[in-house]
Write a protein that binds this ligand. Structure first.
Ligand SMILES: [Fe+2]
Length: 349
């Protein structure tokens, strides 16, 4: 009897151990799949907040690796099929197209993404999707320029603007994409004439980033500049008085409203080619295009939502609605090399 009891006890113990082992294994599997690895060069509080919201809603932990946009793509190339990234987040259609062409992304198909993102803001084959939009606008010193003097990107080549234009260098992808849009709409010859005309009107050799152009206008180094909308929005929303003082002197103008519309670009994301957690990657992209997330991008970062019907921040709303160029932004990436060549020919440093 005693032996029998012992046997039962041992059997129960073994069963219990097996049960625990199984449970532990299940838990381990669960932990493994509750992860999504993000490579991003966006360093905004808005993104951190969104990742935290995603973790809370799904239980999927977001691991973030940050570096410069080009470094991240190089790293993915080097890591090859050992690359742990599930999602690559970057800015500018030029970079998204480059990532696709280098084989760093894989196509995904999601009804949610297709419904949330207009067709011209995603890769036709599903390799990448825009998350936010930014317009590349003309900004001007309110005391020196009247908005009625402004019309199109093309009109900035008029001698009227000689020594008055501020713009960053041509190695910047935002300028490359703007020029790519002019090539797409008007051809290479017109694009070259445009680039030469802007160079002839520059107030100083290109230097600094978009914010620096806004500061330079405020300091009287030039009267107009080409910048992305969120920089002005963030300066207006800043806690630093130097930012708000400069930004308040600046007016914003959306060019080409009578024809193709203002050039827009995007930040966007794609699922990495060797994503170990592909399903979670798609879930994260879907979340980032939801009403909830799109509103955070607009409120905290002053970026335009890609999803229609999402409320804008008060700053974005104060600038009014505008007609945006609906050229498929994949075109910007395809024409990037031509744009770089034309900038060189035009002497745009
Ligand atoms: Fe930027």
């Amino acid at each position: 009897m005693r032996t029998f009891c012992k046997l039962v006890a041992v059997t129960l113990l073994v069963a219990a151990c097996d049960g625990q082992k199984q449970q532990a294994q299940q838990q381990e599997q669960k932990t493994d799949s509750l992860v999504v690895n993000v490579y991003t060069h966006r360093h905004y509080e808005a993104d951190k907040e969104l990742f935290a919201q995603f973790e809370k809603q799904t239980g999927i932990k977001v691991n973030v690796k940050t570096a410069s946009a080009d470094e991240l793509q190089k790293l993915m190339e080097m890591e090859g099929d050992k690359c742990p990234a599930d999602v690559l987040i970057t800015v500018d259609a030029g970079r998204l197209v480059r990532a696709k062409e280098k084989g760093l992304l894989q196509p995904v198909h999601s009804q949610v993404l297709n419904a949330n993102i207009p067709a011209h803001l995603r890769d036709p084959e599903g390799y990448w999707y825009a998350l936010t939009q930014r317009a590349r606008v003309i900004v001007y010193h309110k005391d020196k320029v009247k908005p009625s003097e402004l019309s199109t990107y093309e009109a900035l080549t008029s001698p009227k603007w000689k020594k008055r234009i501020l713009v960053r260098s041509s190695d910047n992808i935002y300028n490359q994409s703007l020029l790519a849009s002019i090539i797409a709409h008007k051809g290479e010859e017109t694009a070259l004439l445009w680039a030469k005309g802007i160079v002839a009107n520059m107030a100083r050799p290109p230097k600094g980033n978009d914010r620096d152009q806004i500061y330079a206008i405020a300091n009287g180094e030039g009267d107009i500049a080409l910048v992305n909308t969120y920089y002005l929005g963030q300066m207006l929303n800043s806690k630093e008085p130097t930012d708000t003082l400069a930004a308040k002197k600046i007016g914003i103008f959306f060019p080409n409203q009578q024809d193709r519309g203002t050039h827009i670009n995007v930040s966007g994301a794609g699922v990495a080619r060797y994503a170990p957690n592909k399903e979670n990657a798609i879930k994260l992209l879907e979340f980032l295009t939801s009403d909830q997330a799109q509103q955070v991008f607009a409120q905290a970062n002053q970026e335009y939502p890609v999803k229609t019907g999402v409320p804008l921040s008060s700053i974005l709303a104060s600038w009014g609605s505008f007609k945006a160029d609906t050229l498929n932004i994949a075109q910007l990436g395809k024409l990037n090399a031509t744009a770089v060549k034309i900038f060189d020919m035009a002497g745009w440093k």
